[in-house]
Design a protein around this ligand. Sequence first.
Ligand SMILES: [Mg+2]
Length: 279
Amino acid sequence: MDSGRRWTRNDGGPGTTVDPEHPAAACCGRNWMTEGLPVPHNRRMTSTGPPGRRLTLIFDADDTLWENNALFERVVEDYLDWLAHPTMDRTELRSIVDDVEAANIADNGYGAKAFLRNLAITFEKLSSRTATAEEVRQIENLAEALLHHDIELMPGVVEVLEQLRARHDLYLLTKGAPDEQRRKIDASGLACYFSEIHVVPEKDEAVYRALAVRHHLDREVTWMIGNSPKSDILPARAAGLNAVFIPHRLTWVLERAEIDHTDEKVLVLDSFSGLLDHF
Ligand SMILES: [Mg+2]
């Protein structure tokens, strides 16, 4: 493991250092699964600064470096099958699941365990009774894969990070349950590409400002790279950072938001590999 690397968990702002219990996997010598999905094309050329200037690149993880929401979507489909609701159609049921998830983010946070709780809450809301132990177990079985799945990297991620780390300073900023995010990062084998890794409960403007202060970042030459307008693009821009938006067609509904397409400090790419054309 790189001696300078730290796992940091944010319980209010970047800065809490947590030593990793699980050493990061090696960054080489591994066969990666690189199946990916096409995403909408909306390329725009934006200046990233003078050629040769060292930049700071902060990467989102879920649905930017690896597939994530696709797994949750599969579980939702299985859950709707399992519900077999007598009167409501799938669209109506899905809307209720989304509402329950939105209402419980503050209490349950993000990640698979929070998702499981939300599915049980949805069941109880629909059935107007408490879920039995057997029903809870069945819901947990539906989502078992979320806790132990293999990591499926986006196409080109290893090659791109390998080149970018030679030219720029790379950080990882991901939100969610620390144990779940740590497991995915370890399983990805990507930890060694980043100077520091931050797992935070929420990615808002204050977190980006705190990150900039912690690492003495020059915001003019710092870029947040991710798939979520709500968590990656808008709060980073509000904190004065530049942003690279790489849309993913399965981005979670609660992560979607309108971005300002006239904002010249937001670069929109159709693939992760497109980063090499700009940085
Ligand atoms: Mg993401």
